[in-house]
Design a protein around this ligand. Sequence first.
Ligand SMILES: NC(=O)c1ccc[n+]([C@@H]2O[C@H](COP(=O)([O-])OP(=O)(O)OC[C@H]3O[C@@H](n4cnc5c(N)ncnc54)[C@H](OP(=O)(O)O)[C@@H]3O)[C@@H](O)[C@H]2O)c1
Length: 331
Amino acid sequence: MERRTIGAGALEVGALGLGCMPMSWAYSGSRQRGDESLRAVHRALDSGSSLLDTADMYGPFTNELLVGRALKERRGDAFLSTKVGLLVGDQHIVANGRPGYVKRACDASLRRLQTDVIDLYQLHRADPEVPVEETWGAMAELVRAGKVRALGLCAVGARGGRRSGGLYDGTIRQLRRVQQVFPVSAVEAELSVWSPEALGTLLPWCEARGVGFLAAMPLGNGFLTGTLTPGQGFEPDDMRARHPRFTAEMMAANQPIVAGLRRIAARHGEAVTAAQVALAWVLAQGRHVIPVPGAKRERWVAENAAAAGLRLTPQDLTEVAELPGARGSWE
Ligand SMILES: NC(=O)c1ccc[n+]([C@@H]2O[C@H](COP(=O)([O-])OP(=O)(O)OC[C@H]3O[C@@H](n4cnc5c(N)ncnc54)[C@H](OP(=O)(O)O)[C@@H]3O)[C@@H](O)[C@H]2O)c1
C-alpha cells in the first residue's frame, strides 16, 4: 500500500487506516464480534493499513483492550492512534481536559493497549472548563516523557460558526492556540462524499502546515457502501437510529449519491464497489489525507484496503462533485 507522511515528525503510515470504533461502540452488534474483530485488525495490518484508530471512550475501554490484544505480537506493524478527553457516564458523555486527568488517562491507555508508547495521542474534545492550552501542555509533557510520539486534535461534530458558513472556524482558532504550545501532527474530522465540508478551510489549513488529516466516517457510517436499505431500521444501541440521515425517508432521498458511486465503480471493473470509490475519493483530496474507515469484518477490511490502489479519473471526480448534496442534517 502507498505510504503517506504526516506531521512535524514526518510520521509514515499506510495511505488508508482502520477505524476500530465499530468493533466496540456506536453500531449494533458491536460487542458480539470479538474474534472477528481481531481477525479484521490482523487483515488490516497484513494489507499495509498500519494506522489503527481507537479511543479510551470506545466501549468504554474495551476497544483499546481489543486493539492491545491484536498488537501483542506485532506492535511494530502498527501506527497506534488513541484519544483522551471524553468520559462516558450513565446517560451522557462529558469532557475532561484537566492536566492531571490527561496524564492518568494516558497511563491507563498504555496499559490497556499493552504498549509503552502511543504513536498519535489525540484530544477527543476540548473541555470548555479548561483552557485548551493547559490540556495540550499536559499532552506535550507526555511526548517529552516518551509515552507519546505525536499529538492530534479531533474536530468531529464541530458546530462553531456553521450559520456563517464557517463550520470549522472554531476548530481553526483552537488549532492556532495549541500550535503555540506544541506542534499539531494530525487533525481528525469527518470527510466523505456526502460530508465534504472540511474541504473548505480545514483541509487547506492542515495541508499548508504539513499536518495530517485523518478522515473520520469516510463511508458515511456505512451509507455510501450501498449495502444499507432505506427503512431497514437500526437497533436502539446503533447511533444511526437517531441520525437524521438514516430515517427511511432520508435514506431513500439520498440514494442518488449511492447510484452515482456505483456508476463510477462499474467503469473501473465488475469487482469494484461503491465503498471503494467513496474511499478513493477521500484519498484523492490530498497526500496528507488518511481515511480511517471503520469496520469489524475481515471482508470489509480487505475490500477497503484495496481501495488504496484505485485511482479516480478527472471525469470520476467531476461526477462526484456534481452529485446532489446530502439531505438530512443534525441541525
Ligand atoms: N474523533 C472522533 O470523534 C471520531 C468520531 C467518529 C468516528 N471516528 C473514527 O472514524 C472511524 C470511521 O468512522 P465510522 O466507523 O463511524 O464510519 P464509516 O467508516 O463511515 O462507516 C463504518 C460502517 O461501514 C461499514 N463498512 C465498512 N466497510 C464496508 C464495506 N466495504 N462494505 C459495506 N459496509 C462497510 C461498517 O460495517 P461493520 O461495522 O459491520 O464492519 C460500519 O458499519 C471510526 O472507526 C473512528 O475511528 C472518530
